[in-house]
Design a protein around this ligand. Structure first.
Ligand SMILES: [Zn+2]
Length: 158
């Protein structure tokens, strides 16, 4: 089982990509409010329609009040889009997602399948459960270990 030892060496490479940029210091007086976008049809106060996150995924049918929901909150998504399967939903608004990838073993000229787990923020409007295939999208770091958010629930794995 030399692969296990090797895996440890190469492990950090796969760690969740994080934006190295430091948090911008916020001046005491909030910066001048950005010029209001000429968005006519969406008044801010009412339980708003899900906003367009710029990614081609269906918008959730249910509303939610999660501030970190890309559709109903203010969280912007950018960067990588990943797919995986939910392993556990026991945390509050955070899920464990498992992803498979294959790695070439030179000696045997074959591929082996490996898995890596990562944490992702789970907006309540997506009603996620273990076994669901999901699409993740990178976002700003929401915590030390969470910098992805679930944007699409593809349902139970076929
Ligand atoms: Zn939502």
């Amino acid at each position: 089982m030399r692969e296990t030892a090797k895996e440890k060496v190469t492990a950090p490479k796969e760690a969740a990509p994080r934006a190295p940029a430091p948090r911008p210091k916020r001046p005491a007086a909030a910066a001048a409010p950005a010029p209001a976008a000429p968005r006519a049809a969406t008044p801010k106060s009412e339980p708003a329609a899900p906003r367009d996150i710029g990614i081609d995924v269906p918008r959730p049918a249910q509303p939610c009040t999660d501030q970190h929901c890309p559709f109903h909150g203010k969280l912007n998504v950018r960067g990588q889009a990943l797919e995986g399967v939910i392993v556990t939903t026991r945390m509050q608004r955070t899920v464990v997602v498992e992803r498979e990838y294959s790695r070439y073993i030179q000696k045997f000229e074959r591929y082996e399948t490996r898995t890596r787990r990562m944490l992702a923020h789970a907006p309540p409007c997506l009603t996620l459960a273990p076994g669901h295939r999901v699409t993740l999208m990178e976002c700003r770091p929401l915590s030390k270990t969470v910098s992805f958010v679930v944007i699409h629930n593809r349902g139970v794995r076929a």
